[in-house]
Design a protein around this ligand. Sequence first.
Ligand SMILES: Nc1nc2c(c(=O)[nH]1)N[C@H]1C(S)=C(S)[C@@H](COP(=O)(O)OP(=O)(O)OC[C@H]3O[C@@H](n4cnc5c(N)ncnc54)[C@H](O)[C@@H]3O)O[C@H]1N2
Ligand code: MOO
Ligand SMILES: [Mg+2]
Length: 623
Amino acid sequence: MDKQLITGLILAGGRGSRMGNVDKGLQPLRGKPMAQHAIERLLPQVGSVMVNANRNIERWLELAAPVWPDETPGFAGPLAGLEAGLIHCATPWLLAVPCDSPFLPPDLAGRLAAAVEEHDADLAFAVTQEPGMRPQPHPVFCLVKASRLPVLSQYLAEGGRRMDGWYKDLKAVEVPFEDAGAFRNINTIEELQGYDDTLPLSLAKVTSCLSGYDPDALPVRDAQRIIREFVQPVRAVEKVALRAALGRVLALDVISPIDVPAHDNSAMDGFALRGSDLRPDSPVALRVIGTTYAGNASDAVPAAGECVRIMTGGVMPQGCDSVVPQEFVTQEGDTILLPAGVIRAGDNRRFKGEDLKAGSPALTAGRVVRPPDLGMLASLGIAEVAVQRRLRVAFFSTGDELRSVGEPLDEGCVYDSNRYTIYGMLQRLGVDVIDMGVVRDDPSVLEEALRSACENADAIITSGGVSVGAADYTKQIMARLGDVTFWKIGMRPGRPLAFGRIHSNGRSAFLFGLPGNPVAVMVSFYFFAREALLQMMGAQAPLPLLRARSLGAIRKKPGRTEYQRGILASGADGQPEVRITGSQGSGILRSMSEANCMVVLHDGQGNVAPGDMVDVLVFEGLM
Ligand SMILES: Nc1nc2c(c(=O)[nH]1)N[C@H]1C(S)=C(S)[C@@H](COP(=O)(O)OP(=O)(O)OC[C@H]3O[C@@H](n4cnc5c(N)ncnc54)[C@H](O)[C@@H]3O)O[C@H]1N2
Ligand code: MOO
Ligand SMILES: [Mg+2]
């Protein structure tokens, strides 16, 4: 049969309920929508390919055209899709395949067509048989005579829905295929990810490399390591004007186009001279033959016994290698007198290219641009800089007890403070924030919020609901939407943490479900989310810890990391000294406000005695 007689049909009209009600065929697999794989396998086998879809028509049109929704209403299953295809089929034959079969056989059309011709049939479909198993029919992979549409419409109108139920009065043939794997279909996000070898690792893979991994007693450094290995940078670059680059992450190395400075020049206001004229133990008299200002090279070329008056930054005259500051000499008429020993040959000269040589990297990719970098880029004459696009981070608080600022505080409720601390911490990182407000403890509202966050942001930060409370639906919903794990970390505060990546409608986002307690949320942000967000931004900015002497005793249990809020100051001997702010409860936000640092007491560490040295994370510059 000539393939031009066959129209291919991708059946993509389902609800995707086992994938969380997403448009299944649009979910990414190996870097493209899953259905694209089926389309690419089908296209060489048929004259053209069309799609049956009931949602996201615009996105489907990017993959194939035309796109036809069901005619029979109410998501009536693949048969309704087949009907829509037959209604619009302009060729005598239609070959249907499901959108979630990325491995379909390359000779599917050929073999089904040969069978209908051989048996003069109305329809042919594939069957496979694995050793020791019963034959497995695949009626969704079927070649149908387009003129048999009325039979199908009749069956649907009578309420029939079985894929293999409508053709009992037609001539149908089964066509055996050897490779059962080619008919695999993908039903869940986990299956999808399992097939995706281009995907960054799954959490299970990452954690399997960790010896003694226990999600219920995870050391801080292991959690940090898992996050580091799992998170991927967002690769998108934009060019911005120099000033707008402040705080942004450089996407490319900046190579100096010029030598800085561009000429040998003077570091002093004084007189440029030839070092060979200097005498170690007697004064020297030199005749001044000209003047050089900065930015204004003189063409005076001093001979032996001569010099040139020069300003700071002035280009060194030819033959001169030293500058004597003007305050060291006495001048009479056009002659200066230089006492013995005030300078040595080579003094006070700046070399061409001593700051930067042309062709050498001035700044490297991944650097967060700071004020001196702006200046340096300007010194190279660079007006535009390639930076990573801003990271988009969506955040919301969960909990029915939360009221937003401006609302009355009902009995038993608290004001939502986490959204404000999270907002502040995100702003300081220079990301674009999407504040999604307070989300109620209601599964469908939570799911909707997570999906919307996922579709609009690179990362999501939530607070609350990650411990074990009865109304904490957050964990179930998060787990359903992707690859998310729930940890109890060996730390205080900030013990519970959800981490992973969720998916919705072909988009994905990294998720940090931070604990609800107001201090815990900040500690988990700084020690887990911050580095990951920077990594996503393509930046390197590890947290520097300082050593300080503890003024008082601190009680500490070995076996977990503790973060105590502290006040760092200079001791009587000028050395840094830290004392703990009062109460350290993880609900006491005041302890964070009062503090200017956090004392980090590591896993193995026990009680701290007065005078012991401890690690400290300084807030200044961080917050
Ligand atoms: N039986 C157990 N109970 C708790 C455990 C545990 O392991 N077993 N862990 C405790 C720890 S540690 C923390 S931290 C909290 C974390 O709880 P959730 O993440 O589930 O958070 P919630 O229950 O929603 O809230 C806890 C607490 O924080 C207040 N909160 C929440 N969100 C906000 C906000 N946006 N602004 C201000 N305050 C907020 C909330 O009202 C609660 O008081 O669980 C412990 N329990
Ligand atoms: O995370 Mo919780 O008590 O450690 O605040
Ligand atoms: Mg809770």
